[in-house]
Design a protein around this ligand. Structure first.
Ligand code: C5P
Length: 365
């Protein structure tokens, strides 16, 4: 959503006809330093996140019933009931309470002749205030699932933003951030997008505006399921805290990206970035076959290959999206010819994209 849109007067949602559309981009961790294990079992991080051009698409329409619904196409994200989009909408509705144009009139006309909503499943509202209407969401999943690319978290952030617009409601930035952090650790970042230094459990997000140009990114996601929880558990089994060199690289890169860095300079730092992920040894314990695959990819591409987040997505940086696309072709050919073999029961996702600077979540024309 643009700032202009966010500040405009709320639209009466019962008069809205067109669905609200949101782009939900993937992310890449250019660095990931695990600072410490927290008392709540989570880990505090120091990580440079980059938004990618690869994105899911969400559309949210006011629905007639009293249940939010989700219809997914593209990659299969698993059980719909567990989808973070539905959780994000439920938590956003609770935070909005009666603070939407129909909220203080529980018996006001409903969109599409629907019935007033009961306390289930929308939760009770104080003093008979009406909860925001149910939404029918369509999600086109183009980002591989459970891949370390943040797709589910990005969908959730887009759902928070899209639901507010569909309802003609608003939440101040602090309240939005609180809802996002309650949905998942990576969700707050996606309220900002662009490049950012992410700290704490993920709730501290500082935009980094110094990157010039649009570096290309090759993504290779083997068809293996990697649970973030399992990777952090493996990290705890082998380490008490992250590596000092990883931390230094992360701090240094964040400083450079806060000041000014060209695409060429970023690509030149790939060697340092691709080893600056404290979760690498832990992910290697969870998926041992990722280690030789990463090595063979690096040999094939003649450049360093990193792991995004807890994996299993592997990435390489290029001067442009076109160069990344050439690399993607080379990887597909090598896989077809059996020169490299990816872990997993099926072939990997191989995609070329680019780093996206600045704002995202914009409304589509
Ligand atoms: O917050 P989210 O549900 O995405 O996290 C999934 C799991 O990853 C958590 O249950 C936790 O075990 C681990 N995690 C962590 N530290 C973080 C983020 C995630 O330990 N900063």
């Amino acid at each position: 959503m643009t700032d202009d849109a966010r500040q405009s007067a709320p639209v009466d949602p019962t008069r809205r006809l067109a669905p609200v559309v949101r782009i939900a981009p993937a992310k890449l961790n250019l660095t990931l330093s695990v600072v410490a294990r927290r008392n709540d079992g989570y880990h505090s991080l120091h990580s440079v996140f980059a938004t990618l051009g690869l994105a899911d698409r969400l559309s949210l329409a006011l629905a007639g019933g009293d249940q939010d619904t989700l219809h997914v196409s593209g990659f299969d994200p698993g059980e719909t009931a567990d989808n973070l989009v539905l959780r994000a909408i439920a938590l956003t509705r609770a935070a909005v309470g009666g603070g939407w144009p129909g909220g203080s009139q529980p018996h006001a006309a409903r969109p599409h002749g629907s019935q007033p909503h009961g306390s289930q499943p929308h939760g009770s509202q104080p003093h008979g205030l009406a909860p925001a209407p149910a939404l029918a969401v369509r999600l086109d999943k183009r980002i591989p699932v459970a891949a370390g690319l943040g797709g589910g978290s990005s969908d959730a952030a887009a759902a928070i933003d899209g639901a507010l617009e569909a309802w003609g409601a608003d939440l101040d930035p602090h309240a939005r951030l609180a809802v996002a952090a309650a949905v998942g650790s990576d969700v707050p970042f996606f309220l900002f997008g662009g490049l950012a230094l992410v700290e704490g459990r993920g709730e501290m997000v500082a935009p980094l505006d110094g990157l010039h140009g649009t570096p290309g990114v090759l993504l290779v996601t083997p068809a293996v399921t990697v649970s973030t929880r399992d990777v952090f558990a493996a990290f705890d089994a082998i380490r008490t805290h992250g590596d000092g060199a990883v931390r230094l690289t992360s701090v240094h890169l964040a400083e450079e990206l806060r000041a000014k860095l060209s695409t060429a300079d970023l690509v030149a730092r790939a060697g340092a970035m691709t080893v600056a992920n404290d979760l690498l040894p832990a992910t290697a314990l969870v998926v041992p076959s990722l280690v030789p695959f990463r090595r063979s990819l690096s040999r094939l591409l003649a450049r360093p290959v990193g792991l995004s987040g807890s994996g299993p997505t592997l990435w390489a940086l290029y001067a442009s999206g076109a160069e990344a696309a050439e690399a993607a072709t080379a990887v597909r050919t090598a896989l077809e010819e059996g020169r490299i073999t990816a872990p997993g029961s099926a072939g990997p996702f191989v995609g070329a994209t680019h780093i996206q600077t600045g704002q995202q979540h914009g409304s589509q024309p």
